[in-house]
Structure formats: structure tokens, C-alpha cells
Design a protein around this ligand. Sequence first.
Ligand code: FES
Length: 110
Amino acid sequence: MAQQTDDKKQQEQLTVCQRLNIDRTKLEKPHIANPFPYSRKLEPGKEYLFCTCGLSTQQPFCDQKECIECKFQPLKFIAKNQTMSLLCGCKRNSQKAGPYCDGSHSNLDW
Ligand code: FES
């Protein structure tokens, strides 16, 4: 039982790159964090950092760790008036959509 708890703790401490054996410096496309959007309650006027690499442990937001040395940088945005937002989980939305889901997840190239 103690061994299982230790193994679980070790797994939780691993980064997404370590768990999935991904070399972030060679990432050509963003990692698909989730094939569907994240529904999040945002605070209007508050600034957020959206994860664009797909490797953050704080999805859909950047944890400011996983994107270091990778070519995808976090996207800073200020929440608009709406409180519930669909934020892209697949990280393959168009640049024009910013952090928001634009339906691109329905055409994912796994
Ligand atoms: S989740 Fe990425 S476009 Fe919908």
C-alpha cells in the first residue's frame, strides 16, 4: 500500500513531457491537451495566460514551466464580459480565435 502511494506521488510530480516522453524543444505542433474545449468561468477584466503548447499541468492555462525552451509561448488575454467561456483544449484553433474554441477540434489530425 505504501509503495502504491509512493508511486502515485512520483507520477504526480512528473511533468507532462516526462510522463509522455516528449522533447518539448522538438515539438512541431502543439500537444493536444484535450480533444474538446474547457468550460471555464472567467473573471471579466482579469488577465490570463492561455497555454498554447498543450503541455501545461494547469490546463487550459499556462503553468509557466512546460513551455520553456519550446516554440509555443503562452497567450496573454483579458477576459471579456462573459463569465463562462469555452477555451480551446486541442490547441489547434486558429490564431484569430485567440484562446477560444473555434470548432477546429472536430478536424484533429491525431
Ligand atoms: S478545443 Fe480546440 S478548437 Fe475546440
